[in-house]
Ligand binder design. Structure first.
Ligand code: MG
Length: 133
C-alpha cells in the first residue's frame, strides 16, 4: 500500500517511515499544505494513498485543516465516506477538544504522542490495512 507520513518533526517522520516501510511505499510531508498537495498529486497519478499518518500541530497548515481539505477533495470527487483514505491522527495534545475535533473531521483513529510502534501497528491492522506483497 501507499502511505503518507505527515509531521513537522524530522525525527518523527524518519522513525515512522522506518516502522511503516514493511507495509509499503512511504511518502513524507512536512506540514498540512504539503500533505494536501501530495494527496492530490497521488490521485492525479491514479495511485492514491491507502493511509495517512497525520500530525495535528504543524506550521503553515495544521493536521485538522489538512484533513478537512482531504475529505473535501474526496467528497468533490465522489469518493464515498468510508472508501476514502484511512487517516490516523497523531498529536502531543491529548486534550478532549482536539480529539473530538479530529474525529468530527472524520479520521479513523487517534494516537497520542509519543507514538508507540506496537500501538501504531495494532491500529493499522484494526483498520483492515495490509502490507503490500
Ligand atoms: Mg507537530
Amino acid at each position: 500500500m501507499r502511505i503518507l507520513i505527515v509531521d513537522d518533526d524530522f525525527a518523527i517522520r524518519k522513525i515512522i517511515s522506518i516502522w511503516l516501510r514493511k507495509y509499503g511505499e512511504c511518502v513524507i510531508a512536512e506540514n498540512g499544505k504539503e500533505a494536501v498537495s501530495a494527496f492530490e498529486k497521488a490521485h492525479a497519478e491514479t495511485k492514491p494513498f491507502d493511509l495517512i499518518c497525520l500530525d495535528i500541530m504543524m506550521p503553515v497548515m495544521n493536521g485538522i485543516d489538512a484533513l478537512k481539505a482531504i475529505r473535501k477533495f474526496e467528497h468533490e470527487h465522489s469518493i464515498v465516506s468510508g472508501s476514502g483514505v484511512k487517516v490516523i491522527m497523531a498529536t502531543a495534545a491529548a486534550s478532549p477538544k482536539s480529539i473530538m475535533g479530529a474525529f468530527n473531521e472524520q479520521c479513523e483513529a487517534y494516537l497520542v504522542k509519543p507514538i508507540d510502534e506496537e500501538e501504531l501497528f495494532a491500529t493499522i491492522e484494526k483498520l483492515g490495512l495490509k502490507a503490500s506483497e
